[in-house]
Ligand binder design. Structure first.
Ligand SMILES: Cc1cc2nc3c(=O)[nH]c(=O)nc-3n(C[C@H](O)[C@H](O)[C@H](O)COP(=O)(O)OP(=O)(O)OC[C@H]3O[C@@H](n4cnc5c(N)ncnc54)[C@H](O)[C@@H]3O)c2cc1C
Length: 391
């Protein structure tokens, strides 16, 4: 491409970023502060994103979605966060949908995807984590037993976010006892649970109040009947299906962290220029400048890894290492930027009206969820560096 020419893909991406920024401008700090105080769900924000088609970014056009790339989807999530908003209320729709898209039958896709793309149905809940097994997903205890044309589910999930605001739940449960499978990764199956028909008849939901506004819950299954036709892919292969979806999840959440880091860096820089103490802007002191500059460098490096992971993902190549690296580096970058931003603001950083303490709480999550930092390091050590397996 010669100088002066433009790259249509880059132009498209810029247009998407501009459109997300314009939408987010309608949801300023006061909106999020109020919800945070009340711990309530950003229904209007999610509705606006849905109406604009952003939550259908990864659904192919043939099913009514926008058929965008992972790079574009990551740009959407990044811009939401860079604008001071929070995509956690809805990001799962983008990545849980991938399991249905890649592993669902033609009939399942035809039945569900168009309604998800139009916003008529929400697929925003993903039930993996359980209270006893935690990060050790292969030891989960929720069981689904086949009984004629249904599976009967019993057990419990924890931290199932957005369950109260989602029509559909992607659920992983054990269908073959662990001792009866040849490989430890077999025997788990994935189901699409239609929550509209089963609340109070097999599922109960208990909200968990957390340090930030996240709409997360505990789910209890008591003889929940799930039609056998809602099994995704082959019985017993569910772990493999959700692993491939987890790469998408890591890339999108890494992009959110990049957005958070950009927001914190912009806030810190702006304040450091304008706040004058000892007769000069605090940003004139290198003790104040350097942590911001370092946070910026960390963010830019992490951003490159997010882009690489997204490019590999959309090229259909293995991106396990890069998706994990992106999540690790971006979560560290956003956390470093958050800490620096708070420090730069002195006492005012703690005041609710500056939004910093809220974003600080929100971005801290990504050291722990959807996968904690230690588990990523362990993946890199074992699968990339070939060190002995630790667990
Ligand atoms: C707000 C929120 C929302 C969430 N949303 C969802 C959701 O929608 N769906 C869902 O399924 N889950 C969700 N999660 C769960 C999240 O994915 C888990 O919290 C996370 O994977 C860690 O699992 P755990 O909490 O059980 O920690 P544990 O597995 O108990 O680990 C505790 C600590 O020990 C460390 N640790 C454990 N084992 C090892 C080891 N072998 N080596 C080194 N360190 C180790 C971990 O890194 C962690 O720091 C959410 C969690 C939160 C807090």
């Amino acid at each position: 491409m010669g100088s002066g020419e433009t790259d249509p893909e880059v132009d498209d991406l810029e247009q998407i970023r501009d459109a997300v920024r314009a939408l987010c401008a309608g949801f300023p700090g006061e909106y999020w502060r109020k919800l945070d105080r009340e711990r309530s769900y950003p229904a209007e924000f999610v509705a606006a994103l849905t109406r604009a088609g952003f939550l259908a970014a990864l659904i192919p056009e043939s099913y009514g979605g926008s058929g965008l790339t992972m790079t574009a989807a990551a740009a959407i999530m990044e811009e939401i966060h860079a604008a001071g908003c929070n995509g956690a209320a809805c990001h799962a729709q983008m990545y849980t949908m991938g399991t249905l898209l890649r592993h669902g039958s033609a009939a399942q896709k035809a039945r569900w995807l168009p309604s998800i793309a139009s916003g008529e149905l929400r697929l925003q809940a993903f039930g993996v984590t359980e209270p006893t097994s935690g990060s050790d997903t292969l030891n989960l205890r929720t069981v689904a037993v086949r009984n004629g044309d249904h599976y009967v589910v019993n057990g419990q999930k924890i931290w199932t976010s957005r369950a109260e605001h989602s029509d559909l739940l992607l659920l992983i449960a054990r269908t073959t006892p662990r001792e009866d499978v040849k490989r430890r990764t077999e025997g788990l199956s994935v189901f699409l649970v239609d929550m509209r028909s089963v609340q109070g008849a097999g599922i109960s939901i208990k909200p968990i109040r957390t340090m930030m506004n996240h709409a997360t819950t505990e789910l209890f299954f008591d003889d929940l009947r799930v039609p056998a036709e809602n099994l995704i892919g082959e019985e017993g292969q569910g772990f493999r299906y959700i692993l491939s979806g987890m790469n998408a999840e890591r890339i999108l959440i890494a992009a959110e962290c990049i957005g958070d880091a950009k927001w914190f860096i912009a806030k810190a820089t702006g304040y450091a220029k304008e706040r004058a103490v000892f007769g000069r802007p605090i940003g004139q002191n290198q003790g104040v400048q350097f942590p911001i500059a370092r946070a910026y460098a960390q963010m830019r490096a992490a951003e490159l890894m997010v882009r690489e992971a997204a490019a590999l993902y959309e090229a259909g190549r293995d991106c396990g290492a890069e998706a994990n690296l992106a999540k690790l580096l971006a979560a560290d970058a956003s956390w470093a930027a958050a800490d620096t931003c708070l420090q730069t603001h002195g006492g005012f950083g703690f005041a609710e009206e500056f939004d910093i303490e809220r974003k600080f709480r929100e971005t801290r999550l990504y050291q722990t969820a959807p996968i904690s930092t230690n588990l990523i390091l362990s993946y890199l050590a074992e699968h990339v560096l070939g060190l002995p397996r630790s667990y």
